[in-house]
Write a protein that binds this ligand. Structure first.
Ligand SMILES: C=CC1=C(C)c2cc3[nH]c(cc4nc(cc5[nH]c(cc1n2)c(C)c5CCC(=O)O)C(CCC(=O)O)=C4C)c(C)c3C=C
Ligand SMILES: [Fe+2]
Ligand SMILES: [Fe+2]
Length: 334
């Protein structure tokens, strides 16, 4: 339907009653088995993440998964822990500060879907402090029912109007920021023989049921490759962080590392554009574990290109996205 051309909006981007909440997944409060247990219990009890009936899943989670996983995973967190806390939290906080600097007059905060600062409480706090509506930006460039939809669930129960950005997987500013980070890495050291895009996986079953995540990961990859002037077949797309026994999206990142090493490739570059900020899955799984795997199978160097984190280009892209979303958020839209 044709719309009248946009008049000055009722809610310009700098309306003092508007708030913006950057939301990430969540992370343990300390690199200890207890804190990891609390975090994983909340995360893996969300039926958006594990859809098994609770009567079946909860005994497995509490009786097997957590006891087997907490100590091992806590040690992995300890390896990457930063002075200000878990990398996911430190970078998310830093990014929110940088976005705030670019949107004077707007309240910009950050929250976690699991753990602290809690999404529920941040929404309550913003309302108590006078916000009349909140734009929630989940820091998931690609939409998934396992991640974004879970933020939607919480936002839908808030006591004030909330609009949730569903994805930004081919947003021009974001694509250019990712491409620029790759170009910057290539300036420091010449390119590897392959550029591999590794995204967090999800179960194949979830995609078969209609989740657009895989298609969006592909579209992001193609968009970044084009921005770099690479042919579509000049890059590789793989999925990492498999959890549980069922089939997840393929090709798997770790199997690809082995195959590349064994095929005689010596130097590869890896980038993870499904993660807004660095975290256990990038700093530990890719930059440490997969790098070692690649070397064990004949490779020499895996160069990990960091996430955009709190880089100025990232903050520029997200601030522009937020301003645009607020402008489009007229009283009769969500
Ligand atoms: C980027 C998007 C993510 C999707 C999609 C996703 C799906 C998904 N994840 C699990 C299980 C685990 N994920 C874990 C860590 C983790 N996952 C994401 C992002 C996505 N997950 C991030 C950013 C992180 C890192 C958090 C940090 O603190 O640094 C973990 C915890 C680590 C571990 O125990 O191995 C689990 C478990 C499932 C089951 C799933 C979809 C069904
Ligand atoms: Fe995950
Ligand atoms: Fe409405």
């Amino acid at each position: 339907m044709s719309q009248p051309s946009p008049a000055p909006t009722a809610h310009p981007p700098t309306d003092a009653h508007d708030a913006v909440l950057l939301v990430n997944l969540g992370t343990p409060e300390a690199p200890t088995p207890d804190a990891v247990r609390r975090y994983l219990l909340e995360f893996l009890s969300d039926r958006r993440v594990v859809s098994l009936p609770p009567l079946l899943w909860q005994p497995i989670l509490r009786g097997a998964v957590l006891p087997l996983r907490c100590k091992r995973v806590a040690a992995l967190y300890a390896d990457i822990w930063m002075e200000g806390g878990s990398p996911l939290l430190v970078y998310t906080r830093g990014l929110a500060e940088r976005v705030a600097e670019r949107l004077p007059g707007l309240r910009v905060a950050h929250a976690m879907r699991y753990g602290t600062p809690s999404l529920v409480r941040e929404l309550e706090r913003l309302k108590a402090e006078g916000a009349r509506r909140v734009l929630v930006l989940p820091l998931y460039p690609q939409y998934s029912t396992t991640t974004t939809a879970s933020v939607d669930d919480v936002a839908g129960r808030a006591a004030l109007p909330v609009r949730v950005v569903q994805d930004y997987h081919v947003d021009a500013g974001w694509v250019e920021a990712v491409a620029a980070s790759i170009r910057a890495a290539w300036q420091v050291q010449p390119r590897g023989e392959r550029l591999l895009f590794s995204f967090h996986g999800i179960p194949q079953r979830v995609v078969d049921a209609g989740d657009p995540y895989q298609a969006q990961c592909r579209a992001s990859t193609v968009a970044v490759a084009r921005a770099l002037g690479l042919p579509d077949d000049g890059i590789m797309l793989t999925f990492q962080s498999r959890f549980g026994r069922e089939k997840w999206l393929q090709p798997y990142t770790d199997a690809t590392m082995r195959a590349l090493g064994e095929s005689g490739v010596k130097r590869i570059d890896v980038v993870c554009p499904g993660f807004a900020v660095d975290c256990l899955e990038t700093l530990e799984e890719i930059a440490l574990q997969n790098a070692e795997l690649f070397r064990e199978h004949g490779g020499e160097t895996l160069r990990y290109i960091p996430c955009l984190n709190a880089d100025p280009g990232h903050a520029d892209a997200l601030a522009a996205l937020v301003a645009r979303e607020l402008q489009q958020w007229t009283p009769d839209t969500h």
